[in-house]
Design a protein around this ligand. Structure first.
Ligand SMILES: C[S@@+](CC[C@H](N)C(=O)[O-])C[C@H]1O[C@@H](n2cnc3c(N)ncnc32)[C@H](O)[C@@H]1O
Length: 450
């Protein structure tokens, strides 16, 4: 048994985890028959385009968690703490996306001089070069010759048609604006102790700009915002690897699925394609439903032919969904809402459930960095020692998403215990947890059933 009280034993164990998890990741790429990705690749690897990357993401969770823990022990603390704040990658990514640098470079696979690139997007060439150099340092874009840049596998993500590109836009434009006022809201009398939706940092930031903006209502009335948002939701699903749910839940044992707050069908469209036996109902706000119908007609017309897919508008804060479905699925819904509203949504669903119905909550789940042995994980993964039990920086996406929910909605990602509490308040009991790395799928049934 390794003695983790020995500092050097800890370092060696972290190195072992880095080594073994990197080999696991390499093996996942090789399994596709297309070898490992290269830093010089100018196209996506076939694994980048699949919906089940769960095994790869499990390896990366270990790799990133162990690497950051090791580096934070070995590097001077001044260096590590400054790394936390000294980081404008979001701003450079925002410039690259908004100026469509990757779109222009796509026309020049062999590379384009920064002068011509800057001219094509009407920006200053010296400043454009500085943005590109900062991103190239992180592996995004490639300097093929001095001052000649080309796309690579990472920068392809920043093309304007890419869903994840749209998601980067939300985070590089809106996110920093809300984050900037967080401390201010924490000491302001009106905002500081409130967990109400209308006291989110977002509200404070918009108020400063003289704007009132109830998020989803504002979007209902703005088609362009809706288009970007729903594309970004597709991107979010890719980033979090949430489509693994298509492969790791027993959909063959289910007949009907209600996608509550479906958006344009990020989850339900691939579900309908993969499982043609399923009857699917999409429910969201009226204008989103109209947009969803258009998206389905364009992307999955074959699934609409026999009437097994329906679109029914709903306000889930006021109405119960259609009754008696096998599964009521909520992806990235409850995390948008403080506890009172989240409980109302679950209570409305509970009213519609039959004895065999289950609710699937699909969100990020928070775990403490100190885990008492055997308590509270409900079968979800715990990192091997000496890593932090919640995988530390390997859970970066979960913890940043939690902060995003706070800054934008005064809401949160929840622990399993917190989900159990709001479930119980709606008459539901937790029955199973599926660990999908950045997100978890948590199954609830009517409480009191055996
Ligand atoms: C974060 S998005 C998630 C969309 C989708 N489930 C996904 O995973 O991509 C939240 C969704 O909730 C919908 N929504 C917000 N308020 C709603 C309400 N009161 N009633 C019904 N849907 C609502 C939004 O329109 C949006 O599509």
């Amino acid at each position: 048994m390794t003695d983790f009280n020995e500092p050097e034993a800890k370092l060696e164990a972290l190195l072992d985890i880095i080594n073994s998890s990197a080999h696991q990741a390499i093996a996942e790429y090789k399994k596709t028959g297309h070898g490992v990705p290269s830093a010089d690749a100018t196209t996506f690897h076939s694994l980048d385009l699949t919906t089940d990357t769960l095994a790869l993401k499990k390896a990366i969770r270990l790799l990133e968690g162990a690497y950051h823990q090791l580096s934070s022990i070995l590097a001077p603390p001044q260096h590590t703490v400054m790394n936390l704040v000294f980081n404008y990658n979001w701003a450079c990514t925002g410039v690259a996306f908004r100026a469509r640098l990757a779109d222009v470079l796509h026309q020049h696979p062999e590379g384009l001089s920064v002068d011509k690139l800057a001219e094509a997007v009407n920006l200053d060439k010296v400043k454009t070069a500085r943005v590109l150099r900062a991103l190239t340092l992180m592996g995004c874009f490639k300097e093929v010759e001095r001052d000649i840049f080309a796309n690579n596998r990472l920068s392809l993500i920043l093309k304007s048609a890419n869903n994840v590109g749209c998601y980067t836009k939300l985070h590089s434009q809106d996110g920093p604006k809300f984050a900037e006022v967080v401390y201010e809201t924490m000491i302001d009398e009106e905002f500081s102790r409130s967990h109400e939706l209308d006291k989110a940092p977002r509200v404070c930031a918009f108020r400063k700009e003289g704007m009132k903006d109830p998020y989803y209502e504002a979007m209902e009335n703005n088609q362009e915002k809706r288009d970007v948002f729903h594309k970004a939701m597709l991107g979010q699903s890719e980033v979090l690897g949430a489509s693994a749910v298509l492969h790791h839940y027993p959909w063959n044992d289910i007949s009907s699925v209600m996608d509550v707050g479906s958006g344009i069908g990020t989850f339900s469209t691939p579900l309908a394609k993969m499982f043609p036996h399923l009857r699917i109902i999409n429910q969201d706000l009226p204008k989103v439903m109209a947009q969803a119908q258009n998206a389905w007609e364009k992307n999955a017309p074959e699934t609409l032919l026999d009437g097994r897919v329906e679109f029914i508008p709903i306000n889930f804060l006021e109405d119960a969904p259609v009754v008696g479905k096998d599964v009521y699925y909520l992806r990235h819904i409850l995390h948008n809402w403080p506890d009172a509203e989240a409980t109302t949504i679950l209570r409305n669903i509970r009213k519609a459930m039959g004895p065999n119905s289950r609710v699937l909550i699909h969100d990020c789940v928070m775990f403490h960095t100190l885990q008492r042995p055997g308590v509270g994980t409900k079968g979800s993964s715990v990192a091997p020692e000496p890593m932090l039990p919640n995988f530390g920086a390997g859970s970066h996406n979960t913890y940043q998403t939690d902060l995003t929910m706070w800054f934008a909605f005064n809401s949160k990602e929840r622990t399993l215990e917190e989900l159990e509490i709001i479930g119980a308040a709606a008459g539901l009991a937790l029955t199973q947890v599926y660990d999908l790395v950045d997100t978890m799928l948590i199954e609830f049934r009517i409480a009191g059933q055996s």
